[in-house]
Design a protein around this ligand. Structure first.
Ligand SMILES: N[C@@H](CCC(=O)N[C@@H](CS)C(=O)NCC(=O)O)C(=O)O
Length: 213
């Protein structure tokens, strides 16, 4: 198989989902580690017109959008697949992927987790108004996911695309005071702990990615 090159900023949840996809499949990749703000530089806009990460090159084939990347990895590699065979479990997986993409990332990660974890890292003070306004959305996300998820992984006994898309976001949230309060030791928090123990999660830790860059 041609070589995979991944462009992204270590610490980004979407980059981590893509890398977990590689690690779960045991597919080798080379990470081109970018800095904050570099996603809007002309060099990166030539790769991704929306100025986002990750972007993946597989030989001369370029792909962006994390779901598309992980589904491609699934298609070019042998089973087990990231998609459950059962039709309703697959529908549930797609539903949970939608929740991760359209609700959890913009309404929880980009607000609470960003303010609590990223802003202080850059020397700033978290905006408490942004955090307070996002708390009801976070509660809705957690309750909705807990109502839909399976007992082991999100859509059954095996890791699916839904687990891979949600874990970086849910993990960041679990590190914040609001996350600890909302998740408690409930079903979603227990799933976060289960996902954290997987080698794919350990191998994509920000410190490890930075050290390898
Ligand atoms: N829909 C895109 C979203 C990717 C995305 O929002 N990535 C964030 C990092 S987690 C990003 O590129 N942020 C940089 C920016 O907005 O300038 C995907 O699935 O890949």
């Amino acid at each position: 198989m041609a070589e995979f090159t991944v462009y992204g900023v270590p610490g980004s949840p979407y980059l981590r989902s893509a890398l977990i996809g590689f690690e779960e499949k045991g597919i080798a990749y080379r990470l081109v580690s970018m800095g904050f703000g570099e996603s809007k530089a002309p060099e990166h806009l030539a790769r991704h017109p929306f100025g986002r990460i990750p972007v993946v090159d597989h030989g001369d084939f370029r792909l962006y959008e994390t779901q598309a990347i992980i589904r491609y990895l699934d298609d070019v590699s042998p089973p087990p697949s990231f998609e459950p065979r059962d039709i309703r479990s697959k529908a549930r997986m797609n539903q949970l992927v939608g929740i991760a993409d359209f609700y959890f990332f913009p309404k929880v990660t980009a607000t609470i987790s960003f303010q609590r974890l990223v802003v202080p890292m850059r020397g700033g003070t978290p905006d408490e108004a942004v955090i307070a306004a996002a708390k009801p959305d976070a509660v809705t996300c957690v309750k909705a996911i807990e109502a839909l998820m399976g007992d082991v992984y999100l859509t059954g006994e095996e890791v699916s695309l839904a687990d891979i898309m949600l874990i970086p976001n849910a993990h960041y949230f679990s590190l914040t005071p609001e996350g600890k309060e909302t998740l408690g030791d409930g079903k979603l928090q227990r799933w976060v702990e289960r996902m954290r123990r997987r080698p794919s999660f350990e191998r994509t830790e920000i410190e490890r990615l930075k050290a390898a860059a």
